[in-house]
Design a protein around this ligand. Sequence first.
Ligand code: BGC
Length: 527
Amino acid sequence: MTRIPWWRDAVVYEIYVRSFADADGNGEGDLQGIRSRLGHLRDLGVDALWLTPFYRSPLADGGYDVADYRDVDPRFGTLDDFDALVADVHAHGLRLIVDIVPNHSSDRHPWFQEALAAPPGSPERARYIFRPGRPGERPGEEQPPNDWPSAFGGPAWTRVDDGAGGGEWYLHLYAREQPDFNWRNPEVRHEFEDVLRFWLDRGVDGFRIDVAAGLFKDESFGDLAGRDRRVANGPIYSRPEVHEVYRKWRRILDEYGGDRMAIGEVWTDGPEDLALYLRPDELHQVFQFDLQLASWSATAFRDVIDAALKAVAPTGAAPTWVLSSHDSIRHLTRYERPGGIPGIERARAKAALLLLLSLPGSAYLYQGEELGLPEVTDLPDEARQDPIFERTCGELAGRDGCRVPLPWSGRAEPFGFSPAGVRPWLPMPRDWASMTVEAQASDPSSMLAYYRGALAMRRRLAGDLPEELEWLDSPDTALFFRRGPLTCALNCGENPVRLPPGTPLLTSAPLYGDLLPGNTAAWLRTP
Ligand code: BGC
């Protein structure tokens, strides 16, 4: 039998390092904290971990602003801690993926500091994207070089102060503390090739590439003029030049043994564009955010599943599925229906897991979903740290609500996240005592027990499941499909529907005889 590379059907668990477990008692999660909780992840039954950035950083964007790509931020630990973590992860039979942030650095990165100190046109400035401004309406006034917006609100350009009232502008597609690299400069390419090797040499199994479609910008820097900033092959994202970079990265990954992989964060408006990244000599996977973006509807789910499968089919790559991440509102909360049946969001989240885990390809879970954590929507303004909150002047709440530290044990904050008496970096809701890992671990009716059961069953079935999915007839409010011996049935409606043929293996809520209740999913053994 041909061996399938591990990542093709892996369940990967995203660890938002700052919020996972705090061993050193500074109120922020760290690498030792992760080491101390690997038992939870093994018992949960995932195959791999993806760590968000833990590199040296002022944390202007939670670590996606890197000041040193080859070191661990002291808040998160040391390189020795990292090496110990790699060894422990592997000893637990898990794989480790780390985030790499090639589109931009921190403004505290030595290269950007050198660029600021150097004059226009210098080699130091040529590592980033500096441009002269455009004349403003009044004499002496200047406008940014073009109309590009920052993804976090406001313009994508900030002017530097040259001390004489002048100064060029630099590009930052995200916060002003995240200047974009100039990928047309070979120095930048070489630097990142070296950074990849640095972490591969330390034993990582793969990379999650942040803003993977953004590295090259159209050299004319023309206005967007009303176009979507994400349009494929527009001036900002998915320029054709980016693919040469990933071809080179693939060659580097292939030089190392052990199935090292890369998954790109590619937001794009077209499946054809997505497929380009998956050519056999480029990335192994790209994130497909379709499920995360779909509303609670069988038709919507069927459509996005079809589209996602179609997008990867010509490439031979395995699809990827995700319901939540550190960038989005937790799906449990997305599935709420104001004024609807109490607890409907929990029922839906349980049902959605069976859908996620029975689709072909790999599933990416986000820390805390196994505990049924909701989005924290009532964080005080002064606690919020996401630059989106500040850059939109509070118009958008930002992503802190899905980044609240995990509750591990105990009856009050810090719920075992930090040592007793320490205040976590974001406040934790008072009513999380019943949500802790400790409280749920011994309760067979808990979300955690349910996740463990579903993951264990997926693992048992995995070897027998073909990569193809076959749709079965179903009522409009439901979707049924089969993958060889496994049939998955999901009823997104409110009224029960008749189950497809098969013996029930696992259900997200009790069945009514041969009826599948609303907001419920079932796995059945195909007859
Ligand atoms: C990451 C975000 C980050 C942004 C800028 C995204 O894709 O997932 O958390 O803010 O890139 O680095």
